[in-house]
Design a protein around this ligand. Structure first.
Ligand SMILES: CC(C)(COP(=O)(O)OP(=O)(O)OC[C@H]1O[C@@H](n2cnc3c(N)ncnc32)[C@H](O)[C@@H]1OP(=O)(O)O)[C@@H](O)C(=O)NCCC(=O)NCCS
Length: 157
């Protein structure tokens, strides 16, 4: 059966507007999240961040955002990965992660890193299932709230 979605690089202004709408529609428990979205949109426009959207009938149902790691330029960092809950379990998250991994190969990054709340077991298991390993746990956004940092070698299997 053919897929009901497709993943595409988000570049054109109309698509960046759809990305903004999608990000605003997905509540997440991070401090100053709406300010982060505003900055993120500017950085997608400037090319500092790269975003791949998962589309169904021209609407975004999931998105991944990736950039060069600020502390180690040999690494790519996934800054955001989310599937609209209405479209989970049909392969959207895996397709988005694959796009981030192909981006990392194409841009010659050696490793790909991501962090998520340590309480987000679903997300952690998703990355473990896709070959990531846990690097460390530490507070990144709020005192006392642990984040799990995961890492994977970049290579084409
Ligand atoms: C974790 C997350 C990305 C997974 O997204 P998803 O689109 O459901 O991912 P997939 O569909 O690729 O995989 C999920 C499951 O569906 C299964 N699946 C995939 N395609 C399928 C299909 N066609 N039929 C049946 N099952 C399928 C996968 O095998 C996987 O199974 P598992 O849970 O047993 O491992 C999603 O739940 C999410 O966005 N969570 C919130 C993330 C978040 O907090 N982000 C913010 C911080 S960056």
């Amino acid at each position: 059966m053919s897929k009901i979605f497709k993943v595409e690089l988000i570049k054109r202004p109309a698509e960046i507007r759809k990305l903004n709408k999608f990000l605003l529609s997905q509540p997440l428990d991070y401090p100053n999240h709406s300010e982060w979205i505003e900055k993120c949109i500017h950085e997608v426009k400037s090319g500092y961040k790269t975003s791949f959207g998962c589309y169904k009938n021209k609407e975004i149902i999931g998105d991944v955002i990736v950039q060069k790691d600020k502390s180690d330029p040999s690494k790519a960092e996934i800054k955001y990965l989310k599937t609209d809950p209405a479209f989970e379990h049909i392969g959207v998250g895996s397709a988005l992660l694959e796009s981030a991994e192909i981006f990392s190969v194409d841009n010659r990054f050696k490793k790909i890193v991501v962090d998520t709340h340590s309480t987000n077991k679903k997300m952690i298991n998703f990355f473990l299932k896709h070959g990531f390993i846990i690097l460390e746990e530490k507070a990144l956004y709020r005192a006392g709230q642990l984040e799990t940092i995961l890492i994977k070698d970049v290579r084409l299997d």
